[in-house]
Design a protein. Sequence first.
Length: 116
Amino acid sequence: QVQLVESGGGLVQPGGSLRLSCVSSQSILNFSAMGWYCQGPGKQREVVASITNDGRINYADSVKGRFTISRDNAKNTVYLQMNSLKPEDTAVYYCNARYIVGAPDWGQGTLVIVSE
């Protein structure tokens, strides 16, 4: 089973930036796609951004123009650059690895708090 380790979360003021990283124990080329999800207080987990093996990218409407997902295949890492952060972006952010068949694998999450 793959291990996914997220990092880069923390406390940031509104308007600030953070860069999240997700390092995989396996080559990320083994996955059909990778994604970032968030789960805010009292909310369900929802997709933030995803990137396929062939580079197709999708974003949630709430983060378009502010967040950027990217991947470094050589480092087995997926990134989420988050700019112009808002208090409503406060959540635990999870990385996932998707397969053509079967359930995705998840990381343990990294907490992002956007507050004065």
